[in-house]
Write a protein that binds this ligand. Sequence first.
Ligand code: NAD
Length: 141
Amino acid sequence: MKICIVGIGYVGLVSGTCFSELGNNVICADIDKKKINQLNKGLIPIYESGLEELIKRNFKQGRLKFSYDVASSIRTSDVIFICVGTPTKKKTNKPDLKYVFNVANTIKNNLNKYKVVVTKSTVYPVTTGDKIENILNLKKK
Ligand SMILES: NC(=O)c1ccc[n+]([C@@H]2O[C@H](COP(=O)([O-])OP(=O)(O)OC[C@H]3O[C@@H](n4cnc5c(N)ncnc54)[C@H](O)[C@@H]3O)[C@@H](O)[C@H]2O)c1
């Protein structure tokens, strides 16, 4: 299965690496070019026990790739995981969903075939999934 992880912080990088270890082809995409360049050089930005070994093995075997071309990574994948940050807004104490909706729009603009979209980012309130679905449905047929 071809999987795209959008946003490779703690959650996305660990999830993507584990999916590749299970035998899937995974593209980890992020707008942070520096982070992507470092990962492509074998420099791991976070510490999790055993993670470096898994990343290096799957990268070497070609199942795990890193890209800052988010659009093309989405186009070539069957399943997209939204893993971008949702920082808490100071005034309302609720998660800021702008990054999530931003990614939903990028997915909409690159929907070239049937895809499963999974929201792994923390969202609030319930019905946020409907808003994401509405964005995806805005694609012109
Ligand atoms: N579902 C779960 O199991 C679970 C568990 C813990 C945390 N979370 C949630 O997962 C989310 C991510 O957490 P984290 O700690 O990994 O965040 P993080 O801040 O460490 O990483 C987010 C990444 O998203 C990237 N990003 C932002 N906008 C982007 C865009 N438009 N396209 C591509 N990349 C983009 C950033 O550059 C960054 O690398 C948060 O919402 C967090 O609350 C979920």
